[in-house]
Design a protein around this ligand. Structure first.
Ligand code: ATP
Ligand code: MG
Length: 555
């Protein structure tokens, strides 16, 4: 298959169209994209959209995608973030090969290019304070005012800039600015700052520098140094594009990347900016960046999301140029579909109610149950069955509501994979709560026996009281209770029911040895995975990934 054939099997989008045209016309022989995270937080599902786009395009058109850390702000950056970002990109299924870079690798080159602009009279050292600079900048409707330092001669600027680098001036006392146009209708072109003085230890360059380049100056030049052909970013950078191009035009760069913008992902019932996610972590609203309620990739992973389901989601939502909200149910449906085919079934009783079979003999038997209803390749497992079982508390109603099809006094249900039982009586404890259900079973209704085809309305899941294990199961729900949070009071919109911890769930014994991150469908309940952090050998803790059906707001 040729490159273009491979690509045509992927959903089309305008970026792919541009790339295909650039290859066809011979503008580029091969393409290079990059994913450029700033290592100041963990990656979230929005980043996944950018990763799938950048790495996906490179893969499908036989190009390369670089992973480049845009580490120009040492104050907020940390190696913890760098490592986690690498882990998340790999987990999503993408590989940068040898192409791992840091903008800080280019600090030397960027500095030389800054001197180049100074010598050409296109950059100057400014002594205005941050506040003065702001007031000189003008507004969308009014032009800016030129700084009194704008007229400094190149020699003076060069001397001052070198002394900035040498550490002669205090933090914040001077900046280097590009000399473009204070009257430009595009505020980004009103002499943007290129360098600031900042005494901070950088995770990569240590204390080698006390001046650091601004993102806008570093980004395009880093693209050029790496030979990036298509620099794909989100729409908020559209207004920065003229500046991106101004630097490339005015510097002796080895290549001229082109910037293309697409709409960022907004997902309902969550927040996505790293600033807000960090606030949730710092305020203790969640248990960390990898709390299963977080929209971070580490959080989604811990919740039980598969990389496949996230890639499917990114494909399904497409890539366009208009901002919109994607409903959380779209993401949930992707993981449901994936797990429906890939997760083995298991029985777990989340809120146990004791059930005794009065006519079942002493002892026990092993019942063979299929691990997947549609896929025989998943095999079967044996589950112990005996006189005393647990069923789900809400699978019994003493006074059944209309339409209730499960167990009621005198009524019959089938125990999944086992017998039909009939309820004889219900016992209550001192508080009037139902404590035990007494039933009889019909031995002929087991699969393969004379009455196995007998139909009853309800089927309920169960576990053996004696053999099942007790486990903690956490039911997670959406983090935010309103669809499109965003106002200043977004913290007031946190969903107070986003986690429910059940400490006495009972699981079929086979689950005792489930491996960290193993995923299951708990019959009739939803999809669950073994928490990789809090489980111990033989003592799994389960996280609910998603319910079986979309039940948000329908409770
Ligand atoms: P945030 O605004 O969430 O803090 P960011 O844009 O500051 O994110 P970066 O680390 O700078 O985070 O982002 C790396 C790349 O991921 C950028 O190219 C950015 O455009 C892209 N990206 C970030 N958020 C989204 C999103 N919600 N949808 C799509 N792409 C995104
Ligand atoms: Mg950013």
């Amino acid at each position: 298959m040729s490159t273009l054939d491979t690509a045509s099997t992927q959903p089309a989008n305008f970026i792919r169209t541009i790339v295909a045209e650039d290859l066809q016309s011979g503008k580029h022989q091969t393409i290079v994209t990059r994913f450029p995270p700033e290592p100041n937080g963990y990656l979230h599902i929005g980043h996944a959209k950018s990763i799938c786009l950048n790495f996906g395009v490179a893969r499908d058109y036989s190009g390369r995608c670089h992973l480049r850390f845009d580490d120009t702000n040492p104050v907020k950056e940390d190696v913890e973030y760098t490592e986690s970002i690498k882990g998340s990109v790999r987990w999503l299924g993408f590989d940068w090969g040898e192409d791992l870079y840091y903008a800080s690798d280019y600090f030397g080159q960027l500095y030389e290019w800054a001197e180049h602009l100074i010598k050409a009279g296109k950059a100057y050292v400014d002594d205005l304070s941050a506040e003065e600079m702001r007031s000189y900048r003008g507004t969308l409707t009014e032009p800016g005012k030129e700084s009194p330092f704008r007229g400094r001669a190149p020699e003076e600027n060069l001397d001052l800039f070198r002394r900035m680098k040498a550490g002669e001036f205090a933090d914040g006392s001077k900046v280097l600015r590009a000399r473009i146009d204070m009257a430009s209708p595009n505020i980004n072109l009103r002499d943007p700052v290129m360098y600031r003085i900042l005494r901070a230890t950088h995770p990569h360059t240590g204390d080698a520098w006390c001046i650091y380049p601004m993102y806008d100056y570093a980004h395009g030049q880093s693209d050029a140094i790496e030979g990036v052909t298509h620099s794909i970013c989100t729409l908020e950078f559209e207004d920065h594009k003229p500046l991106y191009e101004w630097f490339l035009t005015n510097l002796p760069v080895p290549a001229t990347p082109k910037q293309y913008e697409f709409a960022r992902l907004n997902l309902t019932y969550t927040v996505m900016s790293k600033r807000k996610l960090l606030q949730l972590v710092q305020d203790g609203d969640v248990a960390g960046w990898d709390d299963p309620r977080m929209p971070t990739l580490v959080g989604l992973r811990r919740r039980g999301y598969t990389p496949e389901s996230i890639r499917t989601f990114c494909e399904r939502i497409g890539v366009g140029r208009s901002d919109s909200w994607i409903d959380m149910s779209t993401l949930e449906e992707c993981v449901r579909e994936d797990l429906n085919s890939s997760a083995p079934r298991a029985m777990a009783v989340l809120r146990p109610l004791r059930l005794v079979l009065e006519n079942y003999p002493e002892g026990e038997e092993e019942l063979s149950i299929a691990n997947h209803p549609q896929n025989p390749e998943f095999g079967t497992r044996n589950i112990p069955f005996c006189q005393e079982l647990f069923i789900e508390e809400d699978d019994f109603q003493e006074v059944p509501e209309k339409g209730f099809k499960r167990l009621t006094p005198g009524g019959e249900v089938r125990l999944r994979g086992a017998y039909i039982i009939r309820c004889v009586s219900a016992e209550k404890d001192a508080d009037g709560r139902i404590s035990t259900i007494r039933c009889t079973y019909d031995p002929e209704t087991l699969s393969g026996r004379s009455q196995s085809d007998r139909k009853v309305k309800g089927v309920v899941h169960w576990v053996s009281a004696r053999h099942s294990i007790t486990a903690q199961v956490r039911l997670y729900d959406r983090l935010i209770s309103v669809a499109t949070p965003g106002g200043d009071d977004w913290k007031g919109e946190l969903n107070s029911d986003s986690i429910e911890i059940l400490d006495s769930a009972r699981l079929e014994p086979s689950l005792a040895e489930a491996a960290p991150e193993a995923r299951f469908q708990f019959e009739r309940q939803g999809y669950f995975c073994v928490d990789a952090k809090d489980s111990a050998p033989g003592r799994p803790v389960f996280n609910r990934t998603v319910t079986l059906r979309d039940s948000w707001g329908k409770k």
